[in-house]
Design a binder for this molecule. Structure first.
Ligand SMILES: *Cc1c(COP(=O)(O)O)cnc(C)c1O
Length: 382
């Protein structure tokens, strides 16, 4: 329900709150920590603690749950990517840690497959590394990857999206890991959303990757936290490059601005512990039900096609695609996104290139699913 309390704290500041029908997106605030997480954050206030030690204890607990050798809590998965590249280039050497982002004399090239360029590959460059794209827009072969590896290569990086259809024109991850091992370079994985089914949580490190990240925003942790999972070697190096290495060890690495506070660390650990004990059947059933509530008011309206997304893998189960037929309703999908944003309350959805809107229930508060469905119905009816 949109009550008078809804978004009141933002309105008091003369800022406009919105209904988030997009999902866990950073531009709207990512996630809302669940009560257990907030309680843990409050309990963290009762004492101070050396953060280098808290990071170690928190990382050990997360590594145990994920079934990987080591883990580290970062300032988001994006920070985990940047710190990992620093670790690939400079390792645990204090002089080299302080040399970055100047990469003179270091192996500073990261190979990716051309078709796997993605939004967050920029995070791989921020510590000074350079991206080298193997193959072309039609695809990449194993030989293309081998040919792209030089004596400057430190790692091969792969983003994993298990919920998307497999691309037959890219080299699959298990092969990439094999090629990396043969060449003596690190195998690096972005698995930010791969938190369900639970056996996928940390799977890529268990397959042999040296590092993978996970975005804690997808587990109702503080939105600003993320996880680095990996070998003891890489995680130890990440700690040395991080903000606690900078302050506790007096070694001034590039990670200093990637700060997390002790409340966030405890909130993140608690969110991961909760995720492993959660009744996921109930979580999935609720997402399916909310998706149906969006579809219900749209059924039978001429020119509107609302369909459930048939997926439970990764971080956003179910959801709805909504497409309008411009000839029937008089406007297109992009216009619908604008109409919803201009509504009261504003509802944020998104489309790419006028494709059907992809709606996710992740960020909807109780009662908001039917508001979304009814607002779309009202927009179409004019
Ligand atoms: C969200 C996301 C990131 C960035 O994570 P943050 O925690 O927001 O820094 C990186 N990669 C992928 C695939 C993501 O979905």
């Amino acid at each position: 329900m949109v009550t008078s309390e809804w978004g009141a704290i933002y309105k008091e500041l003369r800022a406009q709150p919105v209904i988030n029908a997009t999902g866990s997106v950073t531009l709207l605030g990512g996630s809302t920590p669940v009560p257990e997480v907030k309680e843990a954050m409050d309990r963290a206030d009762s004492a101070f603690i050396p953060l280098i030690e808290l990071e170690k204890a928190a990382g050990d607990e997360i590594a145990r749950l994920a079934g990987v050798p080591a883990a580290y809590i970062t300032s988001g998965a994006g920070s985990a990517l940047t710190l990992a590249t620093a670790a690939y280039m400079a390792g645990a050497d204090d002089d080299l840690i302080q040399q970055l982002p100047d990469t003179s004399g270091l192996k500073d090239e990261i190979v990716m497959q051309h078709r796997e360029q993605y939004w967050y590959d920029r995070c791989l460059q921020l510590a000074g590394a350079k991206l080298v794209f193997a193959g072309d827009e039609n695809g990449t072969s194993e030989d293309d990857i081998r040919a792209a590896i030089t004596d400057k290569t430190c790692a091969i990086h792969v983003p994993v999206v298990e919920q998307a259809p497999k691309d037959p024109n890219v080299v699959p991850l298990d092969k990439v890991i094999e090629i990396a091992k043969d060449a003596g370079v690190y195998a690096s994985v972005d698995a930010a959303g791969q938190i369900f089914p639970l056996e996928n949580f940390g799977k890529y490190v268990r397959m042999g990757a040296d590092f993978q990240c996970i975005a804690a925003k997808y587990m109702f942790a503080p939105h600003s936290t993320g996880l680095a999972l990996g070998t003891e070697e890489i995680i130890d190096a990440i700690s040395r490059h991080s903000f606690v290495g900078y302050e506790s060890r007096r070694i001034r690495g590039i990670g200093r601005p990637h700060k997390v506070d002790r409340q966030e660390i405890m909130g993140c650990v608690t969110a991961v512990q909760r995720w492993f004990k959660l009744d996921h059947e109930t979580r999935l059933a609720a997402a399916e039900q909310e998706s149906l509530e969006i579809i219900k008011p749209l059924q039978g309206i001429p020119g509107v096609k609302a369909e459930m997304i048939d997926n439970i893998i990764a971080h956003q189960p179910f959801g709805v695609t909504i497409g309008v037929d411009e000839d029937v309703v008089g406007f297109n999908n992009e216009d619908l996104v604008v109409k919803l944003k201009d509504g009261d309350p504003p509802i944020w959805t998104r489309t790419m290139d006028n494709a059907p809107l992809m709606i996710h229930v992740f960020g909807l508060n109780p009662g908001e699913a039917s508001i979304v469905g009814e607002s779309i119905a009202a927009a179409v009816r004019g």
